[in-house]
Design a protein around this ligand. Structure first.
Ligand SMILES: [Zn+2]
Ligand SMILES: [Zn+2]
Length: 91
């Protein structure tokens, strides 16, 4: 059964949606962001992420730790064009 920790209170039960909770193993914090990493076909990874686990790489553009690592390898410190679904490197 999914549980989420919201404002100091635990909520558990079928009413708790899976995307309310951070998708990282062992983390039950409220998700505030979704991973914006494009995975093809116009879709993004969409892993729910709490404040702590979301890696901000642009305005309103967040990545899960796995994709953040991939992204940093690709971008090599360059800036990105933060259009969801269209992760483009700005030369
Ligand atoms: Zn988390
Ligand atoms: Zn991701």
């Amino acid at each position: 059964m999914p549980c989420v920790y919201l404002d100091g209170i635990w909520f558990c039960g079928p009413g708790v949606r899976h995307d309310w909770v951070c998708g990282l193993d062992g983390c039950a914090h409220e998700s505030e962001f979704l991973c914006d990493y494009p995975v093809g076909h116009g879709k993004t990874c969409d892993m729910p992420l709490c404040k702590e686990h979301a890696v901000k790489v642009g305005p309103n553009f967040h990545l899960c730790p796995v994709h953040a690592a991939m992204f940093h390898r690709e971008a090599q410190g360059r800036e990105v064009n933060p259009t969801p679904g269209k992760l483009m490197l700005v030369k």
